[in-house]
Design a protein around this ligand. Structure first.
Ligand code: UDX
Length: 446
C-alpha cells in the first residue's frame, strides 16, 4: 500500500520505517530540508537501537523515501499519517499548530479518497478539528474528495521503539467508518498475526486511550515514589516493598520502580495535557495534579539526599560525578530528564559536575554549552577522576555493576547517591562507601 507520513521524529520515522519493512511503499515528509537530506544519506537524527540499518535497507530498496515535497508525497496515496509533534503550550495543553498545519497541507493536495491517520498524541476532539481544516481546504479548492480522519495513537517506547512498532501489543483504531477500519486492518495485517491486536473504537475514545495509558503508567511511578519517600522516613526499604507488591498479578512488576522521577517527551507533557483537558471540561483532575506534583518533587530528591549528607552549604566546592544524563537508558533524549534538575541544583549550590552518559553527551553539550562547573567525560571511569561523590541518575546497563573498590579509591568522600536503586546497600557499604538510595530507609540510618 502507498503511504505518506508527515513528520520524521520518533513516531513518524519509526512508523514509516516499520511499514516499509513489511513491504508498504512509504514516503516520509518533513519541512526540515537538512533533516530530509540527512535521512536520504543515511543520517538518522535520533539514537534508537536497530533503526539505522532498517532505514538504510528500506531506503536502498526504494520502499522508504524522504522528501520536503508534500504534494508529490500525498499524490495518489490512499492513506496519509500525521505524526508531528504536539509540544506543550504555556498552560500545559497540547499545541496543535503543527498537526493543523499538516491538515491544511493534506487538504490542499489530496487527489483521491484518503484516510487521514492521526498518530500524534492529541487531545480529545482533535480529529474533528483536522476534519474541519481539511474540509475547508477542499471547499476552497472547489473539489469534493472523500476523506476520513482516523485516530491511531502510538504506544512506542524510546529505546524499544522498533520492537514496539514491529510487535505491538495493541493497535488502537478509532473511527466510525467501516471502510477506514478495513483499510487500517489491511495496512497493519503484517503486524497483526496469530491473534487480533486491533482494538476498534470511536475516535474520541481512541484519542483518550493514549492519554489514559501514559497517565496510568505515570501514576504507578509517582505512587511508588511516594511509597519510597514514606519508606525512607519510617526505616523501610522500598525495594523489598516493591517485590512484595509486584508479585500480586493485579499490581504487576512493571512501572513500579522508584527513582529520580520520570522524564521524557511523553509522560510529563501528556499528564499535564490530560489535566488541562479535564479542567477545560469542568473537572478538577485531583489525581493527575498529584501525579505531576509528586514527580516534580521527586526530581529534586537526589539533590536533597546529597544536601542531607553534606549539610547545609556543605555541597559548595564539591565535585560530583554524574552517571547518566538521558531520561532513561538506550536513548540520547534529555527532554525533561531528571539529570537536568540535579545538575541545575548542584550548580546553584556551588558544586562542579563531571558528567558521563553512553549516548547523550552531544545532547548535553547542546543543552548546557561550555561552562566552568561542568566537565564532559569520555567514560564512566573518567567521570570519577577527581570527584568527591557519585550520583547515578540513569540506569544504563554498564553502570549496574561497577568495581566498588575502584569507586572507593576514586571518590574522595567515598559516597554514592543511587537515584535508580541499582546497588545493594550492604555490598556497597562493605566496600567502605556510604550509600544513599531512593526509599531505602536504612540509608538514613534511622
Ligand atoms: C512512554 C510510554 O511507555 C510509551 O508507551 C508511550 O508511547 C510514550 O511514553 P517513554 O517516554 O519512551 O515511553 O519511556 P518509558 O520507558 O515509559 O519511561 C518513562 C520514564 O519513566 C523514564 O524517565 C523512566 O526512567 C521512568 N520510569 C519508568 C520510572 O521512574 N520507573 C518505572 O518503573 C518505569
Amino acid at each position: 500500500m502507498r503511504v505518506a507520513i508527515f513528520g520524521t521524529g520518533y513516531v513518524g520515522l519509526v512508523t514509516g520505517t516499520c511499514l516499509a519493512e513489511v513491504g508498504h511503499q512509504v514516503t516520509c515528509v518533513d519541512i526540515d530540508q537538512a533533516k530530509v537530506d540527512g535521512l536520504n544519506h543515511g543520517i538518522i537524527p535520533i539514537y534508537e537501537p536497530g533503526l539505522e540499518p532498517m532505514v538504510k535497507e528500506n531506503h536502498a530498496a526504494f520502499r522508504l523515501a524522504f522528501t520536503v515535497d508534500a504534494a508529490s508525497a500525498i499524490g495518489q496515496c490512499p492513506v496519509v499519517f500525521i505524526a508531528v509533534g504536539t509540544p506543550p503550550d504555556e498552560d500545559g495543553s497540547a499545541d496543535l499548530q503543527y498537526v493543523l498545519a499538516v491538515a491544511r497541507t493534506i487538504g490542499r493536495h489530496i487527489q483521491v479518497p484518503t484516510v487521514v491517520v492521526n498518530k500524534s498524541t492529541v487531545p480529545v476532539g482533535t480529529a474533528d478539528k483536522v476534519r474541519a481544516v481539511i474540509a475547508a481546504e477542499l471547499s476552497a479548492r472547489g473539489v469534493d474528495i472523500a476523506f476520513d480522519v482516523v485516530s491511531n495513537p502510538e504506544f512506542l517506547k524510546e529505546g524499544d521503539a522498533v520492537a514496539d512498532c514491529m510487535r505491538p501489543d495493541r493497535i488502537v483504531v478509532g473511527s466510525a467508518n467501516a471502510d477506514s477500519v478495513a483499510l487500517m486492518r489491511r495496512l497493519y495485517a503484517p503486524f497483526n498475526r496469530n491473534h487480533d491486536r486491533v482494538v476498534e473504537m470511536d475516535v474520541r475514545s481512541a484519542e483518550l486511550t493514549k492519554y489514559a495509558a501514559n497517565a496510568m503508567l505515570a501514576t504507578k511511578i509517582s505512587f511508588m515514589n511516594e511509597i519510597a519517600n514514606i519508606a525512607e522516613r519510617v526505616g523501610a526499604d522500598v525495594e523489598q516493598v516493591r517485590q512484595g507488591i509486584g508479585s500480586d498479578p493485579r499490581i504487576g512488576w512493571h512501572f513500579i520502580y522508584p527513582g529520580a522521577g520520570y522524564g521524557g517527551s511523553c509522560f510529563p507533557k501528556d499528564v499535564q495535557a490530560l489535566a488541562r483537558t479535564a479542567q477545560q471540561a469542568g473537572l478538577e483532575p485531583r489525581l493527575l495534579n498529584a501525579v505531576e506534583a509528586v514527580n516534580d518533587a521527586q526530581k529534586g530528591h537526589l539533590f536533597e539526599l546529597i544536601q542531607r549528607h553534606y549539610g547545609s552549604d556543605g555541597v559548595r566546592g564539591r565535585t560530583i560525578a554524574v552517571w547518566g544524563l538521558a531520561f532513561k537508558p538506550n536513548t540520547d533524549d534529555m527532554r525533561a530528564a531528571s539529570s537536568r534538575r540535579l545538575l541545575e541544583q548542584l550548580w546553584d549550590a556551588g558544586a562542579c559536575v563531571r558528567a558521563y552518559d553512553p549516548e547523550a553527551m552531544d545532547e548535553a553539550r547542546r543543552i548546557f554549552g561550555q561552562r566552568g562547573d561542568l566537565v564532559f567525560c569520555d567514560s564512566a571511569g573518567a567521570a570519577l577522576d577527581g570527584a568527591d561523590a557519585l550520583a547515578v541518575v540513569t540506569e544504563w546497563k554498564p553502570f549496574r555493576s561497577p568495581d566498588f573498590a575502584r569507586l572507593r579509591e576514586a571518590l574522595a568522600d567515598a559516597v554514592v547517591f543511587d537515584g535508580r536503586n541499582l546497588y545493594d546497600p550492604a555490598e556497597i557499604e562493605a566496600a567502605g562507601l556510604a550509600y544513599y538510595g531512593i526509599g531505602r530507609g536504612r540509608s538514613l540510618h534511622v
